[in-house]
Ligand binder design. Structure first.
Ligand code: F6R
Length: 264
């Protein structure tokens, strides 16, 4: 894992946007396949990518995108659907065609079949080149709550009380938060070629400490990322405050910058 401890969410957004730009520019004619997350964590990165599109001509025209998850029962147009969130906060402001963006269909008649078909659609697209992730305060990624199988595939999941409480800020009351979601599984996420996870704030500190330094366990689902060979973790000081070895990560980052400079 590469750990970047940054001084602000905005700086974190720039680090994440750099990875997206590298993948977009490095993709062949078939275009990059982007794995997108919703929630507040990726917003600074999306804002920076929108800026680069507008001011520097960064193009997403040949890319495709897959969302991590969607609430069961919410149509794409619902105010709180993740499909709508990603359109309003990212897609509507860049040149990625809306038809190139897929999410698990929350209103599918048979959500179990939809989950299976979603994994198949990702596979048919050639797999995800870069997946962006946030992390829940309980260590979830996508909607893989504690206890999720580390090899899980896209499926229908029940949300825990803590996630419903975390997400209720977006709804008028906790009772309105859907209780189930369609979520990419941990095994599905691990198939992305590169992964970047971003987190800010002290309420993420325990989960980030487990993600980076804990033992791999279904108690903290994000720890499965330790098994992936290309994960970058971008965290602010508060989210990094539970890390025992933060000075080592800062030092390793300085060394990498020097090495890259030498290689140029
Ligand atoms: C969103 C998602 C969730 C969030 C996580 C953190 O698509 O799958 O796992 O990434 O709940 O949410 P924020 O970023 O709002 O703190």
């Amino acid at each position: 894992m590469e750990i970047h401890i940054v001084d602000s969410a905005e700086t974190g957004g720039i680090v994440v946007a750099d990875l997206f730009e590298e993948v977009l520019r490095g993709a062949g004619e078939q275009g990059a396949v982007l794995g997108l997350a919703t929630g507040s964590s990726p917003l600074p990165a999306y804002a920076e990518l929108i800026r680069r599109h507008r001011e520097e001509g960064l193009s997403f025209a040949s890319a495709r995108a897959f969302l991590l998850d969607e609430y069961v029962g919410l149509p794409d147009e619902h105010e709180q659907s993740y499909h709508r969130f990603i359109r309003e906060n990212f897609i509507d402001h860049i040149d990625l065609p809306e038809s190139a963006v897929q999410s698990p269909r929350g209103t599918a008649e048979d959500p179990v079949a939809e989950a299976r078909a979603y994994d198949e659609r990702i596979r048919e697209a050639g797999g995800v080149d870069l997946q962006i992730l946030g992390i829940g305060s309980n260590g979830h990624i996508a909607f893989n709550e504690p206890g999720s199988s580390l090899g899980s595939r896209t499926r229908v999941v029940g949300l825990t009380r803590s996630t419903i409480a975390d997400n209720s800020r977006y709804f008028d009351s906790p009772e309105e938060v859907p209780q189930r979601a369609l979520s990419q599984g941990l095994g599905t996420i691990l198939e992305a070629r590169r992964i970047v996870l971003t987190a800010t704030g002290e309420n993420k500190a325990a989960a980030v400490a487990q993600l980076v330094e804990g033992g791999i366990s279904a108690r903290w689902p994000a720890t499965v990322l330790q098994m992936h060979q290309d994960v970058t973790v971008v965290v602010d000081e508060a989210a990094a405050s539970g890390l025992e070895l933060s000075e080592d990560y800062r030092h390793a980052r300085t060394l990498r910058i020097i090495e890259r400079g030498n290689a140029r």
